[in-house]
Design a protein around this ligand. Structure first.
Ligand code: SF4
Ligand code: SF4
Length: 643
């Protein structure tokens, strides 16, 4: 009893005393501290200044604008200060990382005071109200940081997710040890029984850990501690946006001279967490492409050769094969916690490879020729499209109708794409919406743009824009998320496209007037990359499908949806290496046990057509949301679904 009372008195005393400050530094101790601090800071800046020089010596980003500043501030607060992205995508390790980050923030003042104490000018005193509070506040974060870093240490050493790399990173383990040492030596100063000698020893141990840690930052991936807040703030506007070329002399990213400041900053900010790779459809199906290595390749190039080098980027540091395996699904950019934008770099290097003739691919050449000659990616004569329009009796757009119904290459030429268009036309007619189709529609240029052929892309865009202007088109609706994205965003470089929306958005807006008859079927919905991640449209297709059945999600859904393998022009290239991306996804869709796979993109549709049959003996039905809706319409609405 007496003992407990003593203990309780002790803890009250320790609460009153709090953080014990070291006293009585000798002149020699001060000199030693200053010499060590100077050495540490010099080692830090010796490396950090080189990184800064490489970033500043890189080419300026031609399209960079700081506005809108409010969006940048919001991203900074949300992604950096709140660590929201880090936590959302990997909740437990994310939270542990966030506590380490918040601990660092809380410790900024403590560290400054720590150094000021070493030269005899502490500005935080534990006996004052502010100092007393702040030391306890930092102590709370020290405990959370110590627990978190210990957990991350165990994860890296024993769990070792493959995305972090095959080998144990001793560098990361040592840094984790230093952070733990910083926390423990700080907390030790709260021990009420510690003698003045012990307190001073703790101060020195804490100082040494700090002075060893500081120069390691720019030499390791922990450089992200300094750079990533800036990277997040300065990242390019828009999601997976491809920056424009800076004139006729700009061939894309060919050598170090083509690396821009933003690209260099992003390359140095990579924390090597592997989140991009973990979600990459190419990396998940045995391809050479690994988005983390794309970024580290650029960093390696800058370290070795610098931004003034004329050496090609593709070769030792970047793999041509890998660059052309990217489906442009955008998962990497969506997942990256430090604001790295992979697609401007991947497409930038594709542009360089196409414009300098480094990329030679029979399928690619055939595709570009088809786009140039026939104006569509399937290489069919435009008379085939005319025949389809005549057979379906689609009205021709003449400026009087509400909508221009955009057929796209798939809707105009592909048999299954035609069925989707016919179904959607029935839905529009049922709703009483007037529409017409363009006589001389050309491909939006999406596959040329994503494969790096800006010349073909520009020609197609200009022809289409002229056509829209002549026909006074004001509003477009399309069944294809690739067309929607390309017209709404990529075309901006060459003019203003009419307002465009995806058919899922159109149908969701009119859902109260669409038939609502539950078929009793379960529909698993596959989020297309260009509708979900690129456009943020997740709920509308689900709302439309819910009119016809029970909608379920596969395990990888919404922002984490797994690509079908068609994007980035890959639908038109040859055989894939390793497992097919579409098969990987089809298996997941089949395993949900749904009777219907609901899609909202004609490219996903074409990819799953074979994949579902190849992965299941009794595959579920594959239907677009327009087809599912059209099946509910009264029979008297003219049947068009025979394509
Ligand atoms: S866009 Fe998709 S396919 Fe391309 S690197 Fe990123 S995650 Fe991989
Ligand atoms: S690019 Fe981003 S997501 Fe990928 S490893 Fe680097 S920091 Fe992580």
């Amino acid at each position: 009893m007496f003992h407990l009372a003593g203990l309780s008195r002790l803890s009250i005393a320790s609460l009153a005393i709090g953080y014990a400050e070291p006293v009585g530094f000798s002149r020699w101790e001060i000199v030693l501290f200053l010499v060590l601090a100077l050495a540490s800071l010099s080692a830090f800046f010796a490396r950090f200044s080189k990184v800064l020089v490489r970033i500043f010596e890189s080419k300026k980003d031609p399209d960079f604008r700081l506005s809108p500043i409010a969006r940048r501030v919001w991203d900074f607060v949300w992604e950096v200060m709140c660590q929201a992205k880090v936590i959302k995508e990997r909740p437990l390790p994310g939270l542990a990382h966030a506590f380490v980050f918040w601990g660092f923030c809380a410790f900024a003042l403590v560290t400054l005071n720590h150094f000021a104490t070493g030269v005899g000018f502490p500005f935080l005193r534990s006996r004052t109200w502010v100092g007393g509070f702040y030391f306890w506040f930092a102590a709370a974060f020290a405990v959370l940081t110590a627990v978190s870093i210990a957990a991350l240490f165990v994860r890296r050493l024993f769990v070792r997710p493959i995305w972090l790399g095959q080998k144990v990173s001793y560098e990361s383990l040592f840094i984790a040890f230093l952070i733990l040492a910083l926390m423990v030596t700080y907390l030790g100063a709260f021990y009420v029984g510690a003698s003045p000698g012990t307190i001073k020893a703790l101060w020195w141990a804490h100082t040494l850990a700090l002075l060893i840690f500081l120069p390691l930052i720019p030499h390791t991936k922990h450089l992200h501690l300094v750079l990533s807040p800036v990277t997040v703030f300065l990242k390019r506007e828009g999601f997976s946006r491809i920056p424009p070329l800076a004139g006729d002399e700009d061939f894309g990213m060919v050598t170090g001279r083509d690396l821009t400041q933003i690209a260099a900053l992003q390359a140095y900010s990579c924390v090597e967490c592997g989140r991009c790779t973990e979600h990459c459809p190419a990396a998940n199906t045995g391809k050479v492409l690994n988005p983390k290595e794309v970024i580290l390749g650029l960093r390696g190039y800058l370290n070795e050769l610098g931004p003034k080098s004329e050496e090609p980027l593709i070769g030792k540091h970047e793999s041509l094969e890998a660059l052309f395996q990217c489906t442009t699904c955008g998962s990497c950019e969506y997942q990256c916690p430090v604001g790295i934008q992979h697609l401007p770099m991947i497409i930038g290097m594709r542009r360089g490879a196409v414009n300098t003739g480094v990329w030679e691919d029979d399928y690619g050449t055939k595709l570009f020729l088809a786009l140039e000659k026939n104006g569509n990616a399937l290489g069919l004569s435009s008379s085939e499209r005319d025949k389809f329009i005549a057979k379906q009796q689609f009205p021709i757009f003449d400026g009087t109708q509400e909508y221009c119904l955009w057929l796209g290459c798939m809707g105009g030429y592909d048999p299954q794409g035609r069925e989707i268009i016919a179904s959607f036309a029935r839905v529009m007619e049922y709703l009483g919406t007037t529409y017409g189709v363009m006589k001389k529609e050309k491909c939006t240029g999406d596959p040329a743009r994503r494969l790096g052929n800006d010349l073909v892309f520009q020609t197609l865009v200009e022809e289409n824009l002229r056509n829209f202007e002549q026909n006074k088109v004001k509003r477009i609706v399309s069944i294809c998320p690739h067309c929607v994205r390309t017209m709404a965003e990529d075309w901006k470089e060459y003019g203003v496209a009419p307002e465009i929306e995806h058919h899922s958005e159109f149908m969701a807006r009119h859902q109260s007037r669409l038939p609502n008859k539950d078929t009793g079927e379960t529909i698993v919905y596959h989020d297309p990359c260009y509708l979900g991640r690129y456009r943020g449209v997740y709920d509308q297709p689900r709302q439309v499908l819910a009119l016809s059945g029970t909608v379920i999600d596969p395990p990888r859904a919404r922002e984490r949806s797994f690509c079908c393998g068609a994007g980035g022009g890959l639908a038109f290239l040859g055989e894939e290496q390793g497992e097919r991306v579409s098969h990987n996804r089809a298996k997941e869709l089949v395993e949900t046990g749904a009777q219907v796979v609901g899609v909202a993109c004609p490219f996903c549709n074409t990819m799953f057509r074979d994949a579902l049959g190849a992965t299941s003996e009794a595959p579920p039905k594959l239907l677009d949301i327009a087809q599912i809706t059209a099946l509910q319409l009264p029979q008297k609405v003219a049947a068009r679904a025979d394509g």
